[in-house]
Design a protein around this ligand. Structure first.
Ligand SMILES: [Ca+2]
Length: 503
């Protein structure tokens, strides 16, 4: 009799549970609400703040084309102070057998339906978390150390383990592969997972990662102090283009192709002194105070006493995005860390920051957010695959931080081992997670899927530049330290005329 009951149970399990029944699934410290959504019936939530009308279901937007799916909303409370929201979209038909967890941006505590829709339309069970708080500032961290941990790494771990349990219950089997896909904060989350919970994801796309969260925040203070040091230190926004043009004049052609992009900015030794006004200040030159500010922006953030590098510089070529940190106001995202996490004082004055004495305190307070552990041996030992990418013209998170981390992993584990499981693709001319003058349109998730499915690591990844809806340039992206090298004949806008090779 007992044997018979077990057989029955297994048979129904293999077919999978109904969507609604997932609500009663027992997952530690979690409550689950699951509902079936018919094809095209999903209505995204109204914009925050009560402004505007809630969009209608299927009102001619992307959601109207969605297949039927099981929408699962989870609230997870792994600590007494935790309140982590996680959402999963499980397609009823056409599942590709895989799980895709998506990353966040900045401190953004929100789940975006567009992201979930994009993942599910590719066939994935798509997931996203609000990281344990709502809203885009770090004010949640004041007096809430457990929420800092939720933001740092616990929410993504919960998303992984709960997601696998939901998939097993709904489809009757484990996902074939679990993917992480994120840029910026999402890149940091992906690296954190690979470092801290190597079993969670088989494959990771870590774009433009804020892996050195303390460092990137410190740079915002560093540049704000330089920009607002004295009245004449600030650079008028119109002069960013003047500096950018001068950089291109000095360094564009040295990579072999004069195309408006500095491919190897670290070999560009542009000195802004060349732009110093000969006489009175003018639109086309820099005052001596402005020259000093620019030099500071092109300098690594360093501890003044030990000379230790805290964070890598803005690279030549990134000037058009300098308004983010060197604009009229300091970058709030950078200051937030010190206001709310490190000093726990919303009125903290960035001008008082000491880049020696304050750093130990910052590293301690930020330990749950920095994803700089070079030991990826657990992830590599289980055959994990990771693609990291970063734009050389990123004005928000310096690209050198990705190079420094990659090199630290190579030093720890050796280049051969690393190349088989973890590759870094630098994108010349790309700004933060996209944009800029380079070929910043590419599909890292497809490249990673191919790597996972075939076992063959990507030796080049095709990228395009799209302007006014037209592709006007294609290029390969190359595994670091290789660069895309022009063969010497044919169009420099055609990827076929480039090879990846050592610089
Ligand atoms: Ca060039």
């Amino acid at each position: 009799m007992l044997k018979f009951a077990i057989v029955l149970f297994v048979a129904s399990y293999a077919m999978g549970a109904s969507c609604e029944s997932l609500s009663s699934l027992s997952i530690p410290h979690s409550t689950i609400v699951a509902e079936s959504v018919a094809a095209g019936a999903f209505a995204p939530p109204a914009p925050a703040g009560g402004k505007g009308k809630a969009p209608k279901a299927g009102g001619g937007d992307a959601f109207g084309k969605l297949p039927a799916f099981c929408r699962v909303q989870v609230t997870s409370k792994p600590s007494a102070d935790s309140d982590i929201k996680i959402e999963y979209w499980l397609p009823v038909a056409g599942w590709n057998g895989n799980f895709e967890a998506n990353g966040n941006g900045g401190y953004t505590g929100s789940i975006t339906a567009n992201t979930l829709a994009t993942g599910m339309q590719r066939g994935y069970v798509a997931a996203m978390t609000d990281t344990g708080h709502e809203g885009g500032s770090a004010s949640f961290a004041m007096g809430h150390p457990e929420k800092v941990i939720d933001f740092g790494y616990r929410s993504t771990h919960e998303m992984a383990t709960t997601g696998k349990a939901l998939i097993k219950a709904f489809y009757g089997r484990e996902p074939k592969h679990s993917y992480w896909n994120g840029c910026s904060a999402g890149g940091r989350q992906g690296l954190m997972e690979a470092q801290r919970y190597p079993e969670d994801f088989d494959a990771v796309v870590a774009g433009s990662p804020g892996l050195n969260w303390t460092g990137r925040s410190t740079q915002a203070v560093w540049i704000a102090q330089a920009t607002h040091k004295e009245e004449g230190s600030a650079i008028p926004a119109a002069k960013f283009a003047v500096i950018h043009d001068a950089v291109l004049q000095a360094c564009d052609a040295r990579d072999g192709v004069k195309d408006g992009v500095v491919d190897e900015p670290r070999k560009c030794s542009f000195d802004p002194k060349a732009l110093e006004c000969k006489g009175a200040d003018a639109a086309t030159c820099l005052t001596s105070a402005q020259v000093e500010t620019v030099r500071k922006i092109y300098s690594d953030v360093t501890n003044p006493r030990t000379k230790q590098v805290i964070f890598q510089r803005h690279e030549p070529g990134s000037e058009m995005g300098w308004n983010t940190m060197a604009g009229p106001n300091p970058m709030g995202l950078g200051l937030d860390l010190f206001r709310y996490v490190v000093f726990q004082d919303p009125n903290w004055d960035y001008k008082t920051m000491n880049f020696d004495a304050d750093m130990d305190r910052a590293y301690k307070a930020d330990a749950a957010m920095d994803a700089m552990n070079p030991d990826l041996s657990g992830f590599i030992a289980r055959g994990g695959k990771m693609i990291q990418y970063h734009g050389w013209a990123d004005p928000q998170i310096s690209p050198g931080s990705s190079v420094a981390y990659y090199q630290s992993v190579v030093e720890k584990l050796g280049p051969a081992k690393v190349q088989q499981n973890y590759r870094l693709f630098m994108v010349p001319g790309m700004a933060h997670c996209g944009g800029g003058d380079g070929t910043s349109t590419f599909d890292m998730l497809t490249a990673l899927e191919q790597w996972v499915d075939t076992g063959k690591a990507p030796d080049r990844i095709e990228a395009s530049r799209i302007r006014n809806g037209q592709t006007d340039r294609t290029r390969p992206l190359c595994p670091y330290p290789q660069i895309a090298s022009y063969k010497g004949s044919g169009s420099t806008d055609d990827t076929a005329n480039f090879v990846c090779k050592a610089p």
